[in-house]
Design a protein around this ligand. Structure first.
Ligand SMILES: [Zn+2]
Length: 222
């Protein structure tokens, strides 16, 4: 970066640069292995190839090995999430259609987040076990365990359930009766009026319209 005028004249300066660089290098190399491993778990590099009308996940079983999960389960997850068909062949997966590598990567990250990483310590040294028919992730690194569903509810799923959309049907508990005699339920920050219901009812309600934080719905049969 320096040019003629700044060019070091003596060997001293050159040496000090070299020293600094080599010191830095040495310091990096001498970092204890486990410091870098304590960082957020890195999703293994996945190798995707688009070929004709197919997309090939070339190192699929290697990645499955790395995260210590059954290839069949991962594949099932991927196919469901990607909404496509695909088959395992010699350690690779061949998906039907062109799928962008970043999309597959994203789904693998989702999988790892949901089914592999410990929510306490963030490490991938976990096992899936079943307790009372519930899938549980047990962490060998810190001993924590959590149900898989619990994690899902905390992330995307809860946001979805906290929405109230017009035209959608929700199962609601009538918690109160409004001035006009309509049942009143609450969800996602809305107060929902449901005619023909009474306190304590659990009903399926179609949301007819919303205004401000009020919503109006009607009971649907069933
Ligand atoms: Zn842990």
């Amino acid at each position: 970066m320096s040019n003629e005028s700044d060019e070091p004249s003596g060997s001293e300066e050159v040496n000090s640069y070299n020293d600094y660089d080599s010191l830095l290098k040495e310091a990096r190399e001498n970092l204890p292995e486990d410091i870098s491993h304590h960082d957020r778990f890195q999703v293994p590099d996945i190798d995707i190839l688009q070929e004709g009308n197919t997309t090939i996940f070339k190192n699929f079983t290697d990645v499955a090995d790395m995260i210590n999960r059954s290839p069949e389960k991962i594949l099932k997850f991927l196919l469901g999430e990607l909404g496509t068909a695909g088959e395992k062949e010699n350690g690779r997966v061949v998906f039907k259609g062109k799928i962008s590598p970043s999309k597959i990567e994203e789904k693998m990250e989702d999988y790892i987040e949901k089914f592999v990483l410990c929510s306490e310590c963030g490490r991938p040294d976990t096992r899936l076990v079943k307790e009372n028919r519930i899938d549980i992730i047990k962490c060998d690194a810190c001993g924590a365990h959590r149900p898989i569903k619990g994690k899902q509810v905390k992330t995307g799923a809860s946001k979805k359930s906290e929405k109230l959309e017009e035209g959608e049907i929700y199962e609601l508990l009538i918690q109160d009766i409004g001035k006009e005699g309509d049942g009143v339920a609450k969800k996602a920050g809305y107060t929902i009026y449901v005619p023909g219901t009474t306190k304590g009812d659990k009903v399926k309600v179609r949301i007819n319209n919303k205004t401000g934080n009020l919503a109006f719905g009607s009971v649907v049969g069933g």
